[in-house]
Design a protein around this ligand. Structure first.
Ligand code: BG6
Length: 490
């Protein structure tokens, strides 16, 4: 949420642990490169890649970064700038012993001295989650948790795999770092459309009086993907859609949609209101959860493999690639308003949206026509792609008699603005500027796991669905008492 210029960045060292991993090549480096290219990091910043590989030196690591950036589609002229400025260097952490972390600490100090850096440091854990605790302790024990400038620790999701492991991870993190130094990344919070949720709700007086159980019948939150598991089976088999998407991304959307107005647009008041929503969600009944796993089918006319035939997936895997669920938020604003969450891989269309279904008029004074059901007003917030929103309402179609038709008011970012920045660019810049508003707090993580851990412990049967469909039919039944199905793009 920073203003995107270089002011306030007095110079820093950006240390990436796990620098040769997939996420770094795909997301982190392109975003850092873009920020450097538009001078958003200030003239005095360096990237120190840290990896277990011992064969790299600064030069060969830079060559590797060039390759990663080219693979990520970064134009050659821009890569040259980052690399020829020698802003990227490398340090091995070998086996990750305390000795290795001491060597890292010595290198950090040496680099800072040589480059006149003020001791501002980011440590970004782009590591497999099981090594988070070791890395955090390694940094802390080597004295890398403090410096003469500021020190910030960035942790990628997943933060734990259930309540107990999330608490344990928070505990290790707090043994070595203060909560205010810790930036837990959920990249959905960096998306412009997600940031816009609070502006949409709280900068417009039009919507807020309607935003409650008197006016809203239900809310649907969908994050649908066409992609399958790709090359990530080693991680995904042990995670599944509930851990991978629901506990974090969709629940972030839920809390931003349902929260009360914060006392100020600042990290603490916003975080406080988000956590309050989670504390008000009723325990989730297993009959309100539908899990699915994709079988073969067609995506864009192309036959695709079943999840169980993807490389690295067990032939009898019970991992869910689809989740739909119904939640109830038991507070004054939302009592009796169901919230539906749905996510899946290999679905018909890539589409993430929040649909706010308003109540129908209490009395319908117009004659029923053609047996057509009465439409309710709806607000569809398109998170991605084709970012924007549509507000649907009824109009009289011109002509004799009263024929009622649906129409909409709409807004699209692409019609008004340049292409939206990548979420990682926003979030990385916020880390450097020290703005934690778009990051996940310890209490949010634990409250979210508290909600979903019982579901994970008592998982319903995983139902098959054809790739290219909208998931198991049972997902529709969750909405049936409302006489509606999931909203498609209208
Ligand atoms: C990641 C999940 O956090 O989010 C992936 O691990 C998922 O499984 C991805 O594909 C979706 O992100 P986006 O930004 O493409 O919607």
């Amino acid at each position: 949420m920073t203003n995107g210029n270089a002011a306030g960045t007095e110079g820093h060292l950006f240390v990436i642990l796990g620098a040769t991993g997939d996420l770094v090549g795909r997301k982190l480096l392109p975003s850092l490169n873009e920020l450097i290219a538009r001078d958003a990091l200030g003239p005095n910043s360096l990237i120190l890649g840290v990896g277990v590989e011992t064969e790299f030196n600064d030069e060969s690591f830079r060559a590797r970064c060039c390759k990663d950036l080219a693979n990520a589609g970064v134009p050659q002229e821009q890569i040259a700038k980052t690399v020829s400025d020698k802003r990227i260097i490398y340090q091995t952490i070998a086996k990750g012993t305390p000795e290795d972390y001491k060597k890292l600490a010595a290198r950090v100090e040496q680099v800072e001295k040589e480059n006149g850096l003020p001791g501002n440091r980011v440590f970004y854990l782009a590591l497999p989650p099981k090594v988070f605790p070791l890395a955090i302790a390694g940094l802390g024990n080597a004295g890398l948790n403090k410096s003469k400038g500021w020190t910030r620790l960035v942790i990628e999701k997943p933060f734990g795999r259930d309540l107990a492991s999330a608490q344990a991870l928070n505990q290790v993190a707090h043994e070595h770092f203060e909560e205010k130094q810790i930036y837990r990344i959920d990249h959905y919070l960096g998306k412009e459309t997600v940031q816009n949720l609070l502006v949409f709700r709280f900068a417009n007086s039009l919507f807020e009086p309607q935003w409650n159980r008197d006016r809203i019948e239900s809310v649907e939150i969908t994050v649908a993907e066409c992609l399958g598991v790709e090359h990530r089976a080693a991680y995904y088999e042990g995670a599944g859609a509930l851990r991978d998407m629901i506990q974090n991304h969709l629940t972030q959307l839920l809390t931003l949609t349902a929260m009360e107005v914060p006392s100020a647009f600042q990290a603490e008041p916003i975080r406080h209101e988000k956590v309050k929503v989670l504390h008000s969600v009723l325990p989730i009944k297993s009959e309100n959860v539908v899990l699915g796993q994709y079988s073969t089918g067609k995506i864009d006319g192309q036959e695709v493999a079943a999840y169980r035939d993807e490389p690295g997936v067990a032939k009898d895997s019970q991992t869910e690639t689809f989740v739909a669920m119904r939640l109830e938020i038991e507070n004054w604003r939302w009592h009796g308003v169901p919230f539906f969450l749905r996510t899946g891989k290999r679905l018909e269309q890539r589409m993430s949206q929040i649909v706010v279904n308003f109540r129908r008029p209490p009395v319908w004074i117009f004659k029923p026509f053609d047996g057509k059901p009465i439409d309710a007003n709806a607000l569809v917030i398109a998170i991605q792609p084709d970012e924007g929103f549509d507000l649907y309402f009824e109009i009289k179609a011109p002509g004799q008699g009263v024929q009622i038709e649906r129409s909409d008011l709409h807004f699209r970012y692409s019609e008004k603005f340049k292409p939206l920045p990548d979420a990682y660019e926003t979030l990385l810049l916020d880390v450097i500027h020290g703005d934690p508003t778009l990051f996940v707090s310890d209490s949010w993580v634990e409250a979210s796991w508290q909600l979903y851990t019982p579901v994970l412990e008592n998982k319903p049967k995983v139902l098959p669905y054809a790739a290219g469909s909208w998931g198991p039919a049972a997902a529709d039944a969750l909405l049936s008492d409302l006489g509606r199905t999931w909203t498609k793009i209208l």
